[in-house]
Design a protein around this ligand. Sequence first.
Ligand code: HEM
Length: 162
Amino acid sequence: MTVLKVYVTFVLVYALDCSADDAKLKYKSAVKPVRLFTDEELSKYNGHQEGLPIYMAVKGVVFDVTKGKEFYGKGAPYNALVGKDSTRAVAKMSLDPEDLTHDTTGLTEEQLESLESVFSGTYKTKYPIVGYTARRILNPDGSPNEDFQPDDQPQFSTRDEF
Ligand code: HEM
């Protein structure tokens, strides 16, 4: 009797579990999911690991810059910019270690304009977006930033991984 009870309970739980999975598979989000990079995750893609792509963030947008290996690969002139968010360095056209950061505090109007122009004219035009930094997607308390909008990049057909 007890064995039968246990079996019935198991079948019920299993059936419930499967229907939950089905519901998950049928659900298709209207919003395209995006990949979130923590600083640690992004640092893996610094051009030093054979076989991994090279990623770099500007304004919290993570670009795959692998095809610019001659600029960004191991030993290349701009390798210091990759595996991190280098917004400040790009704005100032500086490779100074203290400028290798997302922080834009105190940048001049001219530097901010230069940043916009390199962001749109070089990065967004030339390199596919692969995700966004946690700083860009989340609020400081870790909650989702409701104002987040993925950047448009119509010239690339991005893979739908989900
Ligand atoms: C003596 C100093 C420098 C010279 C002669 C120089 C020269 C160049 C050249 C020739 C290009 C390639 C343009 C092209 O073929 O599309 C380039 C691109 C670039 N440079 Fe410099 N550069 C200098 C300093 C810097 C510094 C300090 C930075 C710091 C951020 C920087 C950031 C970049 C970036 C982000 C690109 C675009 C690379 C890409 O297309 O992915 N450059 N530079």
